[in-house]
Design a binder for this molecule. Structure first.
Ligand SMILES: [Zn+2]
Ligand SMILES: [Zn+2]
Length: 555
């Protein structure tokens, strides 16, 4: 049995998203978070990106539990895939706060994983998991029930903060449990794995409660309908919109599946209060005068199928936007989503809407603490070692500098990478040998690896298009018996297309004649040669590499 404590990040380091950290002691494992990431523009046709968790597949029988810090996709989104994969052999219990578990359950239901073992764990309660004692610590973030995870072993305690800010006036529930954090510090914390998302923003983040009055100001100015978009999971934000609506005597309509779902879950757990009679169905919006309505919608990230994006493209089933509507983006784009958001905003202007973003008015507050809050965390828990997590390399580095600034020895701060385990024993801490890590792509419901052929094909098609070459050959002789057909799609900048097609036909004939001379009869071989000859010819002419698809028909 190894009495080395190992902390292996499988995602969330050197990137924004797909957070997943493996904590190991005496050969037993607790996994903290199973997050996903949304694809970047070059991942054509890929829906989601998961962390490569093959490491866990090999160690499935050593897993004591999975703990989820909060209900955001970058922390819980990969859970259905992780449970489905690991569940063939052993289904670990999943722990989290009540809302987190409720959101995880609804997600697993959608994936038809109805009997996954999920356990609510209230902050402050302890659970023994093999050589670990697990405790959740209440934190504040842009979703209720966010927790830090403390895992205590004989060697010491590891604290994984999850996403957090120190909001002194949260909209609902108590502020972060700073006294428990300070207690951990007094007991002597071994390792802090801290959120680095806003390590580049100085000062303190504004309180969520500050957003309400700014929303009220913006709403009060609007003459017509108001459409507000935010993260569907930002239940406190939705609460504040509802409060302002009540104040201004406007009705509220919730639009978008995840918005309705999350508000329902939040309502059933008492995180959101909706005054009697204020909610109206989307179908009823048209029945009310414009100045009496607020629509709360999904789509703050410009997601392709979201309600707001549909409205912006005049493609929504029920809500039709028109001149005089005010659209408020009560969110900022996650890095990578800027283009989609800008496009949506521009469409809205084209319709004639007024658009208010967080740049125009303080209608958004980040859920992640700024530098002073990261320093506060470091000073409260006084860790022996620090491993910054949740951030690109720049933010991990800035977080390490903050640790340095509060007096933690530079040798005890580790700037890590996905797949690089931090190993701690009685003698000290150091990085161990690299383990497998990376990305898994989800395309619909199937999962595959990044070298996936389909993705390469899509990239090729999107860049250079496709040539389809149909050759008809004699079964007996292999000679060409009809004029080859050449079809192309999406090939850029063909100036003399007719001439090129003629030349490609000649090339096909040449290639077939050569193959016939060499007595190549096997269709697969013939196709291969045809492909190579035509591809080389096209490259020679166009300096591009479109996909070449030969079809050989025998007659
Ligand atoms: Zn979060
Ligand atoms: Zn996060």
């Amino acid at each position: 049995m190894s009495s080395t404590l190992r902390v292996l990040p499988l995602g969330g380091l050197g990137e924004i998203g797909k957070n997943m950290t493996v904590v190991e002691y005496e050969d037993r494992i607790v996994v903290v978070d199973t997050g996903l990431r949304f694809p970047t523009a070059d991942m054509l046709g890929i829906d989601l990106v998961l962390p490569d968790f093959s490491y866990l597949r090999e160690r499935v029988h050593d897993i004591e539990a999975i703990v989820i810090t909060h209900g955001h996709e970058d922390h819980v989104g990969a859970l259905p895939w992780v449970l489905r994969e690991l569940g063939r052999e052993h289904v670990p219990t999943v722990y989290g706060g009540r809302l987190t578990v409720a959101m995880a359950r609804s997600k697993l239901d959608e994936h038809k994983l109805r009997d996954a073992p999920l356990e609510d764990l209230d902050p402050g309660h302890e659970v023994a998991l093999g050589p670990f004692v697990l405790e959740l610590i209440h934190m504040t973030h842009s979703i209720p029930d966010s927790c830090a995870v403390a895992l205590t072993t004989e060697l010491g305690t590891v604290l994984v903060t999850g996403d957090y800010k120190f909001d002194q006036t949260p909209v609902d529930g108590p502020p972060a449990d700073v006294s428990r954090l300070a207690e951990l510090g007094r007991e002597g914390l071994l390792l802090l794995c801290g959120d680095s998302t806003n390590a580049d923003r100085s000062g303190f983040s504004p309180s969520e409660r500050d957003v309400g009055p700014h929303l009220e100001e913006v709403f009060a100015r609007a003459q017509g309908r108001i459409i507000v978009t935010s993260f569907a999971s930002n239940i406190h934000r939705v609460q504040q919109v509802i409060d302002v609506a009540a104040e201004l005597g406007r009705k509220i309509s919730l639009v978008g599946r995840s918005m309705r779902k999350n508000v329902n879950i939040g309502r059933s757990l008492g995180h959101i209060e909706i005054p009697e009679g204020i909610l109206i169905q989307p179908q009823e919006v048209e029945d009310w005068p414009d100045h009496k309505v607020i629509v709360v919608s999904t789509g703050s990230q410009g997601e392709p199928l979201s309600a707001l994006r549909r409205m912006a493209h005049d493609d929504h089933r029920v809500i039709k936007l028109h001149r005089g509507d005010t659209v408020v983006f009560s969110a900022t784009p996650i890095p990578g989503n800027e283009r989609a958001v800008n496009e949506t905003v521009d469409r809205l202007y084209h319709i004639g809407c007024d658009v208010i973003t967080a740049r125009d008015a303080p209608v958004h507050a980040s859920g992640h603490g700024y530098t002073e809050e990261l320093k506060l965390m470091l000073n409260l828990v006084k860790p022996r070692y620090v491993l910054p997590v949740h951030g690109d390399h720049k933010r991990l580095h800035l977080h390490a500098q903050l640790a340095d600034a509060v007096g933690i020895d530079r040798d005890e701060v580790f700037e890590g990478e996905n797949g690089l385990p931090l190993e701690i024993d009685g003698r000290g801490a150091r990085f161990g040998d690299r383990e497998q890590s990376g990305m898994i792509f989800v395309d619909g419901v199937d999962i595959g690896d990044p070298a996936d052929v389909a993705l390469r094909d899509r990239r090729m098609l999107s860049a250079d298009g496709i040539f389809i070459v149909v050759a008809t050959v004699s079964e007996q002789t292999g000679e060409s018996v009809a004029q080859p057909e050449v079809i192309f799609r999406g090939v850029p900048f063909i100036e003399q297309a007719d001439a090129l097609v003629r030349d490609i036909r000649d090339e096909v004939e040449r290639s077939l004649a050569a193959a016939a001379r060499d007595r190549v009869r096997e269709i697969d071989l013939l196709s291969q040669e045809l492909h190579d000859d035509v591809a080389a010819f096209v490259y020679d002419r166009l300096r591009r590499r479109p996909m070449v698809l030969p079809v050989v028909v025998e007659v």
